[in-house]
Design a protein around this ligand. Structure first.
Ligand code: C5P
Length: 401
C-alpha cells in the first residue's frame, strides 16, 4: 500500500523552509494522494496560495473566513484527513499546538484532528535547542504525535547547525511507512503496554556522561508492533534518535536511570504488560560536578554508585502485570538469563548473546531466545521489526494460556 487515495492535510507555518513544501505536495499528488493545504497567516509571507493550490489542485485556506461570506470549517478539514503533516512547523506554531493557543485556522484544525499528526520542525539552531522548544517537542510526542527531527546543515541565517526542516523525501517516506503499516490485527486491543527503550546517560559534569551504544531500535519496534495490534503504548526512552508514528504510542523522553524509574512508576499501576528493553546504565557518578571538570591532573577517579534496577523494582511491585525482560549476555548466557527471570520476578525473558553475529545493540538485526519458567524457544537472525513480531506473538500466546 502507498499514499494512493489517502487524504493528506498539510499545514504550512511561516518559516523559510515553506518553499520546500512544494516538492512534498508534488510527490504526494504524483502518487495519487488527495492533498489539502492550509497555512498560517504568516506562511503567506513566504509562499503563495497560488503555487500551493496549483500543485495540490485544491483551494488553499489560511483563514476561517472564505470569500463571499463563506466559512472554512476547521472541523471538516480535520475530520477529512487520514494524516496531518505540519511542515514546516515553526517554534511559534509548535508552542501554540502544545498549549492550545487557538488563534488561527491551522491550530483550530489541529485541535479538531483525530488522525495521526506529524510535525517537521524548522527553525534557527538556537531556537531549536532552546529549552522551551525541547519541552514543546517532548509534549507533542507525549500527545502521540510524530516528530520528524530537523536536520543539520547551513541555515537561512547563515549559521550552521540543526534546525533545517527534514527533506521532503524524508517526510514523504515517514508518511508512506505509516500507510504501509496500517493493516493491523487487534489482538491487544484494550491492553496497555509500558516499554522502556534506549540507553541512559548518567551525568559526570555539565558536558559529559556515562552511556552506552544502545540505539533504542528494539524498543521502538516493539512499541510500533504492539500499537499496530491495538494496544495503547507508553514508551519511555532514554536518549535515542528513533521516532515513531502511531497515535497509540505516547513517547516520554528521559535521560538518566533515575528519571526512567520515576517515569515508569507514574504509570506502572495502570499497565497490563511491561517490557524492559532499555540498556540502563548499571552505575552513575556519585556526584555530578557543577562545572566542567578540567584536565589538570594525570589521573581522574570518578566514584560510581549502583543505579536502581528498574525492572527488578517492577518485579517486586508486580500485581497483575505481565513482565518481559531482556538479557544481553557474553557468557553462561542461558543460565544467566534464567537467573534474571527468577531474580527479577519476570514472566518471560528475551536473551541475546553478543557471541551471535548481527545480534545486540547497534545492529538492525537481532537473534533471540525466549525463556519462561517452563519453556525455551529459539529464533533465527532477523530484522528488529521481525524480532518484535516474534516477541509479541509469544506474549500473545502466553496471555491466552
Ligand atoms: O541485570 P541486567 O542489567 O542484565 O538485566 C537486563 C534487564 O533488566 C533488561 O530488561 C533491562 O531493561 C533491565 N534493567 C533495568 N534497570 C537496570 C538494569 C537493567 O530495568 N538498572
Amino acid at each position: 500500500m502507498s499514499v494512493s487515495g489517502k487524504k493528506i492535510l498539510i499545514a504550512v507555518s511561516g518559516g523559510i523552509a515553506a518553499y520546500k513544501i512544494h516538492f512534498l505536495i508534488r510527490d504526494f499528488v504524483k502518487k495519487g494522494a488527495d492533498v489539502q493545504v492550509i497555512m498560517t497567516p504568516d506562511a503567506e509571507q513566504f509562499v503563495t496560495k497560488l503555487s500551493l493550490s496549483t500543485l495540490s489542485k485544491k483551494p488553499v485556506y489560511s483563514d476561517f473566513y472564505g470569500e463571499n461570506g463563506t466559512w472554512n470549517s476547521h472541523v471538516e478539514l480535520a475530520l477529512w484527513a487520514d494524516v496531518m503533516v505540519v511542515a514546516p512547523c515553526t517554534a511559534n506554531t509548535l508552542s501554540k499546538m502544545v498549549h492550545g493557543m487557538c488563534d488561527n485556522l491551522v491550530i483550530a484544525t489541529y485541535m479538531s484532528a483525530k488522525c495521526p499528526v506529524l510535525i517537521a520542525p524548522a527553525m534557527d539552531l538556537d531556537m531549536y535547542v532552546h529549552p522551551s522548544t525541547k519541552k514543546n517537542l517532548e509534549l507533542a510526542e507525549s500527545f502521540g504525535h510524530t516528530i520528524i527531527p530537523a536536520e543539520s546543515g547551513e541555515l537561512a541565517s547563515g549559521l550552521i547547525g540543526q534546525g533545517r526542516m527534514a527533506e521532503p523525501s524524508t517526510i514523504y517516506n515517514v508518511v508512506e511507512k505509516y500507510f504501509q503499516e496500517e493493516l493491523h490485527s487487534n489482538n491487544f486491543e484494550g491492553k496497555t503496554f509500558l516499554i522502556t527503550a534506549g540507553p541512559t546517560y548518567e551525568a559526570i559534569d555539565p558536558v559529559r556522561f556515562i552511556g552506552n551504544h544502545s540505539s533504542g531500535k528494539m524498543g521502538f519496534s516493539l512499541a510500533e508492533e504492539a500499537a499496530k495490534r491495538g494496544a495503547k503504548v507508553i514508551l519511555i526512552s532514554g536518549p535515542s534518535a528513533q521516532t515513531i508514528i502511531d497515535p497509540n504510542v505516547d513517547v516520554y523522553r528521559v535521560t538518566s536511570a533515575k528519571e526512567m524509574l520515576a517515569k515508569v512508576f507514574e504509570f506502572y499501576d495502570k499497565i497490563d504488560i511491561g517490557i524492559a528493553s532499555a540498556a540502563v546504565a548499571d552505575y552513575a557518578p556519585k556526584e555530578v560536578a557543577k562545572e566542567k571538570i578540567k584536565k589538570n591532573d594525570e589521573n581522574l577517579t570518578i566514584e560510581l554508585v549502583k543505579n536502581p534496577d528498574i525492572l527488578k523494582t517492577m518485579g517486586e511491585k508486580k500485581k497483575h502485570q505481565f513482565l518481559v525482560g531482556f538479557a544481553l549476555e557474553t557468557q553462561n548466557e542461558e543460565e544467566n538469563a534464567k537467573g534474571k527471570l527468577a531474580k527479577k520476578n519476570l514472566d518471560m525473558i528475551v536473551l541475546n548473546s553478543l557471541r551471535d553475529e548481527g545480534a545486540g545493540f547497534k545492529n538492525d538485526t537481532n537473534k533471540i531466545k525466549i525463556f519462561t519458567k517452563t519453556e525455551k524457544v529459539e529464533f533465527d537472525l532477523k530484522s528488529k521489526d521481525d524480532v518484535a513480531r516474534d516477541i509479541l506473538n509469544f506474549v500473545e500466546s502466553q496471555l491466552l494460556k
